[in-house]
Design a protein around this ligand. Structure first.
Ligand SMILES: [Zn+2]
Length: 273
């Protein structure tokens, strides 16, 4: 949130402040809530492992809870020693214990990023419940970003969980509601207008649902900045991954939800969410 007193017509940039604690405050907070710090930081890699699993299985319509983990090459069920996030990858040098096939390195990267996000949530400070909700919000942003990048999907379970988490940690629920309404409402209008003009879907319904949580996180005045930053990121990503033989950028599907999630995390780091 930008601040409880920010009006809808107030310029966003005039009210941005940076409520992050100073380093000594942060160290003191970490030492007084050591169990929470240890829990959030240690949970991060496991959360990252689950996010990577979701990104692998959701596009194929596989179960992400009940089905046991297995090697993607030889299909051998993984044992407990293969399932320790980060550590297993280091011990096996990134290879399957049975068939020695290389394990995709992005699995390790996601676990490390999730661990880092947990640490950032602790460093940002606040009451224990607020720290937990912040970590959960950042992990959900990572999950939505990864799944959108891999599968061009934003599962309802994650967008709903994100919105619920954001509202639970919102310092001003009314501003959060305005942000959600303006964010999701503007995307819904944009989606409808694009369909009327081009006679095809240009903006996914998942993006509209995602904006409920993101709009609530940045508040009504932060929505334009969020969308502008995401648009620049998405265009930059499309330009970086361009291929002369590929279709034109304007014809390619863009994982705009992923760009929105990254932008929301950046705005959070700047004290805007
Ligand atoms: Zn294998």
């Amino acid at each position: 949130m930008i601040g409880g007193a920010v009006g809808l017509s107030t310029p966003f940039y005039r009210h941005v402040h940076f409520p992050r604690p100073t380093l000594p405050d942060t160290v003191r907070a970490m030492s007084t809530s050591l169990p929470l710090t240890v829990f959030v930081v240690l949970a991060g890699p496991s959360v990252g492992s689950f996010i990577a699993l979701c990104a692998d299985r959701i596009p194929m319509g596989e179960d992400v809870i009940a089905k046991p983990s297995y090697c993607g090459t030889c299909k051998t069920r993984l044992r407990a020693r293969d399932l320790m996030p980060i550590l297993s990858f280091a011990l096996t040098k990134g290879r399957c214990n049975t068939c020695h096939a290389a394990i995709p390195p992005h699995l390790l990267y996601i676990e490390i990023i999730a661990c880092g996000l947990g640490l950032f949530a602790v460093l940002a400070g606040g009451e224990p419940l607020h720290v937990l909700l912040t970590a959960l919000m950042l992990w959900l942003l990572l999950a939505l970003c990864v799944i959108d990048l891999v599968a061009f999907r934003l599962p309802d379970a994650f967008t709903v969980a994100l919105a619920a988490t954001v509202f639970l940690r919102a310092p001003d629920p009314l501003q959060a509601m305005w942000g959600a309404a303006i964010g999701a409402g503007s995307f819904a209008l944009l989606r409808y207008a694009y369909f009327l003009i081009r006679k095809r879907e240009g903006l996914g319904l998942g993006d509209v649902k995602l904006m409920v949580g993101l709009g609530a996180a940045v508040g009504p005045a932060g929505v334009p900045t969020l969308v502008l930053l995401a648009a620049l990121l998405a265009l930059f990503g499309a330009w970086m991954t361009r291929d002369r033989h590929d279709m034109a950028i304007r014809q390619r599907p863009l994982p705009f939800g992923a760009a929105l999630c990254v932008s929301a995390a950046v705005l959070w780091a700047c004290g805007v969410a």
